[in-house]
Design a protein around this ligand. Structure first.
Ligand SMILES: *Cc1c(COP(=O)(O)O)cnc(C)c1O
Length: 495
């Protein structure tokens, strides 16, 4: 199977090449030329498997140039007991008769980014070898919080790689900062940038497109690559957990084979929900994909009106990983719903770049209406949802998951749809202690990792070990840099 660029279908590459490159040279994203279907009887087979076996089965459908033995090895290391605190890897928690939570935060950094970033380093290093690339790979990451730590954990001590993470000095939570700056491993570096997330992101993009620097690094045996969610190697592992959740619901008797379910997904860059869309198009029985936004509701408006407009105020919310106005992965959806029209997709992206706004065709709009529903929750509603779930069910959820649960409840009120529904739970509440404590009616008394104990006292729910382990940890990386110094950071680290 080949992968094509969303902006030029004539660009056709192997899976290994798509994963190594990340982004197509024309600026487009790689997508499978033809989406594989789940073979007949696949669900009967998959339901008897472990999560890791399911991952091998599903990923193999997309990765012709990787062997089953390779994928088995990767899944064992990616989703093994060293990183995940449950053998189920991505367990489904039943809240009530027809509401379930797919918990994607049992990995080493306690956010759903681990599901992909534990796998990507294996896929990427193998891709480099398959492509005959002899240079080592340096991963550059600009992060607003969760991606940086998950990428560090994924790439730490992976042979043939180094990773440098840039984060905005004052733009991440205390816990997120300490998670990154205390990272162990001999091939990692973390640098605070004096500026905001956009400054860090723009500078990293400049480094990527600096031919002189790239040439210099290449001469000393290094190539640059990226671990952000435009890489197909990050999207693919996310398709697995939608299919796995369906299997678990079958096995628990909550649904029967072929019964459709809803998935409600807290959305930022549109990567997570897009993986659900692909699972559905492979044949997974899905009724609605419900896209949940916080106050930055550009996607909700888009799905409801067909107009994407990023010319709006940017809000900082209690669900910071969804504070985003340009959702990169939407491009893949537009390509698919336009009937794989690369010129049309490229034109929307040009309008977005030049004017910040575009309106999709009637064809795309009505196709979206058949699949998606969308809604949003502001911070007040989000906290009320956290309080409600805890009071009524004793179930503690984080701010992002609460946005999704709140949107699902609104959707049910508006439509009367009582289909069995799965809320995609994307982070441990212990990553966002201050907001969760406030939701429970407490006033946080500490800062930093001390908040973890406070939330344990308030909720009686034990915190995940990797976050508890932050108490008493010392930062290894304390330097901060101006934007202009970042190239020097890269040069020094790769000497
Ligand atoms: C990244 C993230 C999201 C958003 O996922 P996208 O794939 O960007 O839509 C939601 N919740 C948490 C906790 C995240 O870290």
């Amino acid at each position: 199977m080949r992968y094509v660029s969303t902006r030029d279908s004539k660009t056709r590459v192997t899976a290994a090449r798509a994963i190594e490159m990340g982004l197509s040279a024309d600026g487009g994203l790689f997508v499978p030329e033809v989406l594989p279907r789940l073979p007949k009887g696949a669900m009967e087979e998959l339901r008897t498997m472990s999560y890791r076996q399911r991952a091998v089965y599903v990923m193999k459908l997309f990765l012709e140039d990787y062997t089953v033995a390779e994928l088995t090895d990767y899944t064992q290391r990616a989703y093994g007991p060293r990183g995940f605190d449950t053998p189920e890897v991505a367990p489904v928690y039943k809240l009530d008769g027809n509401t379930h939570f797919l918990e994607l935060w049992h990995g080493p950094t306690c956010a759903f980014k681990d599901m992909a970033l534990q796998m990507l380093p294996r896929l990427l290093t193998a891709a480099v070898a398959k492509n005959g690339e002899t240079r080592d790979v340096c991963i550059l990451v600009a992060t607003s919080g969760d991606t940086g730590k998950a990428a560090l954990e994924g790439f730490a001590d992976v042979e043939g790689t180094k990773i440098i993470v840039f984060y905005p000095r004052d733009g991440v939570s205390d816990i997120q900062k300490l998670q990154m700056t205390s990272q162990e491993g001999s091939n990692v570096a973390v640098a605070a940038v004096n500026g905001n997330f956009d400054d860090a992101q723009t500078t990293v993009k400049e480094i990527f497109s600096d031919p002189e620097l790239r040439g210099e690094l290449s001469a000393s045996g290094w190539m640059l690559s990226s671990a952000n969610s435009i890489n197909w190697g990050r999207l693919l592992p996310q398709i697995v957990y939608y299919i796995s959740a369906y299997c678990d619901l079958l096995n628990s008797g909550d649904i029967v084979m072929g019964e459709k379910v809803n998935f409600c997904v807290p959305t930022g860059n549109f990567g997570d929900i897009l993986a659900g869309y692909y699972a559905m198009n492979m044949g997974l029985p899905v009724n609605r994909l419900i896209c949940a936004s916080n106050k930055n509701d550009v996607l909700t408006e888009f799905l409801n009106t067909g107009v994407y407009d990023r010319n709006r105020e940017f809000y900082t919310t209690v669900s910071p990983s969804m504070d985003i106005l340009v959702s990169s992965n939407l491009e893949r959806l537009l390509y698919d719903l336009s009937g794989k029209n690369d010129a049309e997709t490229a034109e929307y992206m040009r309008l977005l770049r030049d004017t910040g706004r575009y309106r999709v065709s009637d064809r795309i709009k009505s196709a979206m209406d058949g699949v998606f529903a969308a809604g949003s929750c502001d911070d007040g509603e989000t906290k009320a949802v956290i309080a409600g779930a805890f009071k009524e069910h004793g179930y503690l959820i984080d701010t992002h998951t609460a946005v999704a649960y709140g949107v699902l409840e609104k959707y049910r009120r508006d439509t009367g749809d009582d289909t069995v529904s799965v809320v995609v739970s994307t982070a441990s509440p212990y990553k966002f202690c201050a907001a969760v404590l406030e939701a429970l009616g407490r006033t946080p008394e500490h800062t930093g990792p001390e908040l973890i104990g406070e939330l344990e006292d308030a909720s009686g729910v034990p915190a995940p070990a990797p976050l508890k382990g932050l108490l008493g940890k010392c930062p290894r990386f304390t330097d901060s840099f101006d934007k202009g110094d970042l190239k020097g950071v890269v040069r020094d680290f790769l000497k």
